[in-house]
Design a protein around this ligand. Structure first.
Ligand code: 6PG
Length: 474
């Protein structure tokens, strides 16, 4: 028994996370059924206290007791089968951490099952991809507090740092860690869709080439839009395979895949009755992208539709920067609102200040603006909605003219920009104190006697809107 932490699943994320721990002087063991992965771990971990195993019992035997084991395997059935294989080998008091993108309801179930057997199980979201895992991810651990306390020094050592603060915090009880990671991914989907629409507006609207588009993202990355996603996007626009005469991006099929976390976010938001329409539309657009053949047929059939954007380029680029900034704020705001609602509904006790804080570094949605989000919640931890913060309001208001210009031009030129349009519509609906949905209440009562409330009056009411015999049932 000589290794402090064990990892099951030595794919890129698992292996890199383990090597990151080894860099911080933790003796680590890794297990994978694939011998080449166990070997790769040892090769890359040469000179460090790292050992790879292909035998589960040997791996378990090598760990100091009580054992601490992290799983990084694909979400779903694989997690259950790993747990089933592992369970007979574990003792009461051992700690088991699921660091994959598991669905929070699966985590709830597993917490209950393993708790009854005396095993400290907790779900932890990790963000930052390959590089993050290796050099410093953002981590969202939730559930068993004892397990967290044991792991805290290691987590804090390996996490990304912002102003010296580690990008990890105890998220809350139950499946809160996986829930927060899921919403992180929903925001990720929203921001990626906004960037893709920006690409389309620049390419199809302003007829700019990849190099020029790359320069726009590069410039954005120097200013208030500075973020991981904008930063990698600029690189993508410049990348050519050795000897190629054009950028690789042009050859990549325009069908976006998804592992499910964005869809789960939308599904969970519907269950919570909390609107996150920018994230919803991002999921829908990935789905629509998969119907390439139909899109191609439609493109031919409706070839008369659409034209370039008629604008002074520099003015348009200024508007677009504002549009992205405003939509980005609105996307984050939707995600944070969903977290607040989930926290109340599921008893997660989420500290939005802390969540904004640990998202500032290491994760895929890290951005300069997350500092403003952090400040907003730090000033008022009870903030009900990010868009109600004065500081955010000032920044958003100044950027709205650009968003209105961009959405208008997209609509007029027939270039799809649904994430921009939806973000703006969400904002306009959100700032409408007296909406038109009183009409929906009236309609519901008309055809179904569903009752309505009257402003300033207690109780619920029903009206015979027309004499019964006059209702046209056809
Ligand atoms: C992260 C990412 C990561 C996610 C990929 C792929 O935070 O590091 O969110 O967890 O798995 O981005 O997600 P999709 O395949 O659904 O796009």
């Amino acid at each position: 028994q000589q290794y402090t932490i064990g990892m099951i699943g030595l794919g890129t994320m698992g292996r890199n996370l383990l090597l990151n721990m080894a860099d911080h002087d933790v003796a680590v063991a890794g297990y994978d059924t694939d011998a080449s992965k166990a070997e790769l771990l040892e090769t890359e971990g040469q000179g460090k206290r790292v050992k790879g195993f292909v035998s589960l019992p040997d791996f378990i035997e090598s760990l100091t007791s009580p054992r601490t084991i992290i799983m990084l395997v694909p979400a779903g059935k694989v997690v259950d089968s790993v747990i089933a294989n592992l369970e007979p080998l574990l003792n009461q008091g051992d700690i088991l951490i699921d660091s994959g993108n598991s669905h929070f309801t699966d985590t709830n179930r597993r917490v209950a099952e393993l708790q009854s057997k005396g095993i400290h199980f907790f779900g932890m979201g990790i963000s930052g991809g390959e590089a993050g895992a290796r050099r410093g991810p953002s981590m969202m651990p939730g559930g068993d507090k004892h397990a967290y306390e044991v792991m805290k020094p290691v987590f804090e050592a390996i996490a990304a740092k912002v102003d010296g603060d580690p990008c990890v915090t105890y998220i809350g009880p139950g499946a809160s860690g996986h829930f927060v990671k899921m919403v992180h991914n929903g925001i990720e989907y929203g921001l990626m869709q906004l960037i893709a629409e920006t690409y389309s507006l620049l390419k199809n609207g302003l007829k700019m080439d990849n190099a020029a588009i790359g320069d726009v993202f590069d410039q954005w990355d120097q200013g208030r839009l500075q973020s991981f996603l904008i930063n990698i996007t600029k690189d993508i626009f410049r990348y050519r395979e050795p000897g190629a005469d054009h950028e690789l991006l042009d050859d990549i099929k325009d069908e976006a895949k998804a592992k499910g976390t964005g869809k789960w976010t939308s599904q969970a938001a519907m269950d919570l009755e909390t609107p996150i329409p920018t994230i919803d539309i991002a999921v829908s657009q990935r789905d629509l992208s998969k119907y390439k053949k139909l899109r191609e047929q439609a493109a031919e059939l409706y070839s008369g539709e659409g034209r370039g954007i008629d604008a002074v380029k520099q003015e348009y680029l200024t508007a677009l920067e504002e549009a992205f900034f405003a939509s980005m704020i609105i996307t984050y705001a939707q995600g944070m609102h969903m977290l607040l609602k989930a926290s109340r509904e599921y008893g997660y006790e989420l500290q939005l200040t802390e969540i904004a804080k640990i998202w500032r570094g290491g994760c895929i949605i890290r951005s300069k603006f997350l500092n403003s989000i952090y400040q907003a919640y730090e000033k008022n931890p009870q903030l009900e909605h990010l868009l109600l913060d004065e500081g955010v309001k000032t920044q958003l208001t100044a950027a709205l003219p650009g968003l209105r210009t961009v959405v208008t031009s997209a609509v007029q030129s027939g270039i799809a920009a649904p994430a921009y349009a939806t973000s703006l519509s969400y904002f306009d609906a959100f700032r409408t104190g007296r909406s038109a949905l009183n009409l929906i209440q009236a309609q519901r009562d008309y055809f179904g006697a569903h009752l309505y409330e009257i402003i300033g009056k207690e109780g619920v009411f029903h009206t015979e809107w027309v004499p019964k015999e006059e209702v046209d049932l056809e």
